[in-house]
Ligand binder design. Structure first.
Ligand SMILES: *Cc1c(COP(=O)(O)O)cnc(C)c1O
Length: 425
């Protein structure tokens, strides 16, 4: 079975004119996807960065089954339930210090919308005129209108440009150019009051797996605090161990004012997101004045089944050697990346914790470069799911991946330049 030209389904970030056939996946286990015809594909990108421990983790599956039988869904305005309460307490326990309240939503994008609304609501409710948002060059914060506005602009946002609001963009803190970023942020804050700085801490995901120093994050936090601006850390991708620590902010010892979590929050099993904030932000909204209410909701806010999956995810973190698995995966990446550093066909070989990335040297670069989809097809042909960002190949597997499985991924990457050359017209 293939879902092909006859299917009514419209797929995300997919050019149906170039890719008429989708690969039908019937099941998954550990680091593997299984197609309807039985073919197995190794999931080298954790199914778009969401699966942390592995597919269909038994503890998470059981929690979902149990919760689905007890309470499937309930309105969350005026009501609460045990999975949400347990999860919120669990998140506060593991989050960077100072975060004291949890607002649930359904996706990384909505967690960002919520973060931006919290920031602006905070300033309005305390009676200060602050509406400017500062964002990092090459950032990605989701595909809703607010997320697109604070994210990098490009071909993927061009049609929607009239809907997007202005932000102050500061340069990416590339190695050796860190001070320019810090100075630009300081200047932006000095020029006019800034409501918030939003960034992906330590590594920009969709922007091309671009890594920057922990000291930059600390400095940006210091400048933000000096000017009273809020720091929004979008850890939708970096959270849940990807950078080697539970959260990237932990690596830098930085506490943001607002923290966005999604993707790995349920271990990658169900959609759920959380936006955490400090007490002052919550207190600015708590009032007998209804006009100061935080006006945001989605129908499935804090869905009990998704919350139960997220509670089970936390239990996996505490009951299994997840940190050790991540450390082993990080070491395995380092070892396997080494030969690529000496290979002129590759550039910018880099790693942050459980994330590895390298750029293929090709004449054509950028997101629309046709090399991306061609590479993806070559990898699929070898039974490996990797979805390059243009000519940037990255590996972000579930933590259960074994060294032998990781070898399959890296041998596919090593074979890619020759395979590309062979298929060139
Ligand atoms: C994926 C991602 C988002 C958007 O999350 P969705 O769940 O896809 O809406 C936001 N921010 C970052 C940093 C992401 O990587």
């Amino acid at each position: 079975m293939t879902t092909g030209t006859g299917s009514p389904v419209w797929h995300p970030f997919t050019q149906h004119g170039l890719q008429p056939e989708m690969l039908p996946i019937a099941s998954a286990e550990g680091a593997w996807l299984v197609m309807s015809d039985g073919r197995r594909i190794l999931d080298g990108i954790a199914s778009w960065w969401v699966v942390t421990h592995g597919h269909c983790h038994p503890r998470i599956v059981r929690a979902i089954e149990d919760q689905a039988r007890r309470l499937d869904q309930v309105i969350f305005a005026g009501f609460t339930h045990e999975p949400a309460e347990t999860l919120a307490r669990g998140l506060i326990d593991v989050a960077p210090a100072g975060l004291a309240h949890v607002f649930f939503s359904d996706s990384g994008s909505t967690s960002v919308e919520v973060a931006l609304k919290m920031a602006l609501g905070y300033w309005r409710n305390i009676g200060e005129q602050r509406q400017r948002i500062v964002a990092l060059e090459h950032g990605y914060h989701g595909d809703t209108v607010g997320g697109m506005s604070v994210g990098a602009r490009g071909v993927f946002s061009a049609a929607y440009e009239p809907l997007l609001f202005d932000v102050v963009r500061i340069p990416f803190p590339a190695a050796g150019r860190e001070q320019a970023t810090i100075d630009a942020f300081d200047a932006a804050c000095a020029a006019a009051p800034v409501a918030a700085l939003i960034l992906e801490p330590l590594i920009l995901g969709a922007g091309g797996m671009l890594i920057y120093e922990t000291s930059v994050l600390r400095e940006l936090k210091r400048v933000a605090a000096a000017h009273g601006a809020l720091l929004i850390a979008d850890e939708v991708m970096t959270g849940w161990g990807r950078t080697g620590k539970l959260f990237a902010c932990d690596k830098a010892g930085v506490s943001p004012d607002i923290l966005c979590l999604a993707k790995g929050i349920t271990g990658g099993s169900l959609p759920l997101a959380a936006t955490l904030c400090t007490s002052p932000i919550f207190e600015a909204h708590r009032s007998t004045d209804r006009a100061k209410t935080f006006f945001h909701s989605s129908s499935y806010t804090a869905n009990p089944i998704a919350c139960a999956a997220a509670v089970a995810n936390l239990e996996v973190w505490w009951s299994e050697p997840v940190a050790e698995r991540i450390a082993m995966l990080a070491a395995a990446h380092t070892e396997r990346l080494a030969p690529f550093r000496a290979d002129a066909r590759f550039a910018n070989v880099r790693q942050l914790g459980a994330i590895a990335a390298l750029d293929l040297e090709v004449p054509e670069t950028g997101y629309l470069a046709s090399v991306g989809p061609r590479l993806m097809q070559l990898f699929i042909d070898r039974g490996v799911l990797l979805r390059p960002l243009g000519n940037t190949i990255y590996v972000m597997p579930p933590y259960c991946i074994t060294p032998a499985e990781l070898d399959l991924v890296y041998s596919a990457i090593a074979a890619a330049p020759d395979a590309l050359a062979r298929e060139a017209p």
